[in-house]
Design a protein. Sequence first.
Length: 358
Amino acid sequence: MDLEARLALVKEVGEEIVTEDELRALLAAKPHPIAYDGFEPSGTAHIAQGMMRAINVNKMTQAGVRFKMFVADWHAWANNKMGGDLEKIQVTGKYLIEVWRATGMDLSKVDFVWASEFIEDESYWKKVMNVARDTSVERVLRTTQIMGRSEKDKLSAAQILYPCMQAADIFHLEADMTQLGMDQRKVNMLAREVGPKLGFWKPVVVSHHMLMGLQQPPPAAAPAEERATAMKMSKSNPDSAILMTDTREQVQAKIKKAYCPEKQAADNPILEYYRYIVFEKFPSITIERPEKFGGNLDFASYAELEAAFVAGKLHPMDAKGGAAKYINQLLDPVREHFEKDPNARRLKEQVEGFKVTR
């Protein structure tokens, strides 16, 4: 694959790239640069964390990137996830790996690295301390969105250390680029600020789109960060997200209740599911409708579907029916994996029995 084709694939993943010139130079210099994503094991996986993540990782690896998936168990512990129970956090991490295995993520090009593997490494903590020494408390507080917190929250000392750990992770993993969601942008920019000062490098930041939750978003006039937080999927609100192991009936019920304003493409979670998931997996789709309403509609691209929806040729209820159909088709192999694989089934049962804490 030539440089332009590799660059185009990465740009499909990145809603924002800092910077595109640096990305081009990196891909030209290295046939297999290292990208990393870190995730907190904090409960059952929703569709953005499971299916959409697999889609994006596979695009990156097709572009020649070697991916490191960082299981941030100690970070989740510091952030009091799963009630601050490290053992439950680690079980959840193993469950998430099974989710990605079932989605078709190309694990031959992905290395899973656990934060707990770093804990006895003095050189890691030296990196963390150097980041902390070079960063003010005020600067750290501006990154709290990465933990699902706000600057107004009462944070523990462990949570203050968290962003310094996450910035240090990039350098300890020897990652050339970060490939996380837009909600993690602030700490990646911190890493770009401190990296050269500490004798490291400026990682290229490739930030992917954050899939909307299914509920109605706040008005456009709301503060940007508050709005972004409210629009995210939330495991504490089951109706806001499709979970990777939801039953077919649960998927249909959630999508039926989802926000989907007629003739409106912006801030429409059902259309987001088509754009970022369905059309990434199916080259064309058919929306089934009764003959009295015009019969079935065929679409060869997301752009065609959006145009029909905005023109009023595709009704929200029909769009929802099609979304439920195709999402269920994508989740069927995941359900089957967790039903038939004894280890995966055991992990799922354990995680579903844990109390999820914010």
